[in-house]
Ligand binder design. Structure first.
Ligand code: ZLS
Ligand code: CA
Ligand code: ZN
Length: 397
């Protein structure tokens, strides 16, 4: 049945509804669902579909989304269109749409878009629950900023929270790890009152020269969930604030030591990993300086713990490198090594060719696209790790 051997009893599933690709936030908006087309083309060109089970999930329903989100918010989201939107309607701004930044525009097919990516994360979670797969992947999800009644930072529905809620029906402790360059604030907030979910986010944190904090402005090392003696969720969030320009070796060291300590101490029975690709060097919005293989090292490290793993996308604003990274990480999951020369028969091969687009290879050196000096010294990172270890004291043995 399969073109390649897969390890006995180890299975990876890929949850993808291609209709997600055809949605547009607007021409100047950095979030490009089209990056998912590029990702899929690379995955298929390398033949990775023969190493995993493919699923085409249905969109989530209103009632499924209401397990986390407020119904009033969902009613608004499911009815608003570019034609009927009234930007002066108080509900419009109160629910996070439009505004000065216009991070969350109302676009054609918005409801369709959010139900498709959410349906895929939920389908992936069910696959883990049914033990149909050991690793379930949804690159279209990972929208970690959405709150129960608020759109924020390009995120309208929090598919991660919905998937974790499903995992909680069978798992006593779920670990959420977030390597997107932005703080995973929506997931952290959703589970701030429970000790059954531990959230761990690595992100850029700090005030820019222009006086604005890097979005969303939260996630300092001392933010660990409301420290109220009556809150069982106290101390069950760990934030790792990082400065501009962190390099491969520093990030790998930090990720391995901190994530390892959390997994050893919390001992989760399922893990959800948000793999936002905006932590790569050369990202349009990001500030870090990671190469593809250093980003993939995080996925490999987590996968090697052998717990049921839900792997989801997130940010990523230089589409050709998002596609390269998520293709590489799909290969990491199935245990395949990919040759550096891209297969020549890929549709959209031009997107990867030419010196400025990575020269037709899978692993271009993204340090070449460096735009941010490294402000992280080894000394500062060591201090932060010490603080992080202290923050784990609320986890009960
Ligand atoms: O984590 O930084 C912001 C908000 C503002 C409001 C004030 N003005 C002056 C600056 C922007 C504070 N928003 C961020 C959101 C980043 C969301 C990341 C999502 C995720 O990766 C998960 C998927 C932000 N950064 C960049 C932009 N917004 C942005 C850049 C360019 C544009 C075009 C479209 C829209 C308006 C012009 C836009 C937003
Ligand atoms: Ca993060
Ligand atoms: Zn991001």
């Amino acid at each position: 049945e399969y073109g390649m051997e897969k390890p006995q009893g180890y299975s990876v599933s890929f949850h993808y509804n291609p209709h997600v690709e055809y949605h547009h936030f607007g021409s100047s908006h950095p979030m490009k669902p089209w990056r998912l087309t590029l990702t899929k083309q690379l995955v298929l060109a390398y033949g990775l579909e023969y190493c995993m089970e493919l699923y085409e999930p249905r969109p989530a329903t209103f009632d499924e989304l209401a397990i986390f989100h407020d119904r009033e918010y969902l009613s608004f989201l499911s009815n608003v269109t570019p034609q009927n939107a009234k930007p002066d309607d108080p509900a419009y701004l109160a629910f996070g749409f439009g505004g000065d930044s216009n991070d969350c525009p109302v676009f054609d097919g918005l409801w369709n878009y959010v139900s498709i990516y959410s349906g895929a994360s939920m389908n992936a979670a069910y696959n883990l629950l049914n033990k149909q797969s050991d690793v379930a992947i949804n690159w279209s999800g990972g929208l970690h900023h959405a709150k129960k009644n608020l759109a924020s930072g390009f995120c309208y529905i929090n598919d991660i929270v919905l998937a974790i809620q499903l995992l909680l029906t069978q798992h006593q402790r779920v670990l959420y790890i977030d390597i997107d360059v932005h703080h995973g604030d929506g997931v952290e907030a959703a589970f701030e009152s429970t000790d059954r979910v531990f959230t761990l986010s690595y992100h850029k944190f700090g005030i820019d020269r222009n006086g604005y904090p890097f979005f969303p402005g939260t996630g300092n090392i001392n933010e660990m969930g409301p420290i109220n003696p009556a809150n069982p969720g106290k101390g069950h969030s760990l934030n790792i604030p990082i400065d501009d320009g962190i390099d491969d070796d520093q990030y790998k060291w930090l990720f391995k030591i901190v994530t390892g300590a959390v997994i050893d101490k919390y001992n989760p029975t399922a893990i959800v990993l948000q793999s936002g690709a905006d932590s790569l060097g050369g990202d349009r919005l990001g500030r870090f300086n990671l190469n593809i293989k250093a980003h993939g090292f995080c996925i490999e490290t987590v996968k090697n713990y052998g717990r049921p793993l839900l792997l989801i996308g997130g940010g990523g604003y230089t589409p050709r490198n998002v596609a390269r990274t998520w293709c590489h990480e799909t290969a990491v999951c199935v245990g395949a090594e990919l040759h550096n020369n891209l297969p020549t028969h890929i549709p959209y091969i031009q997107a990867f060719q030419g010196a400025e687009n990575g020269g037709g290879i899978l692993y271009p050196d993204l340090h070449n696209t460096k735009r941010h000096d490294n402000l992280n010294t080894d000394g500062k990172l060591k201090k932060m790790v010490e603080q992080a270890m202290e923050n784990l004291r609320y986890i009960e043995a």
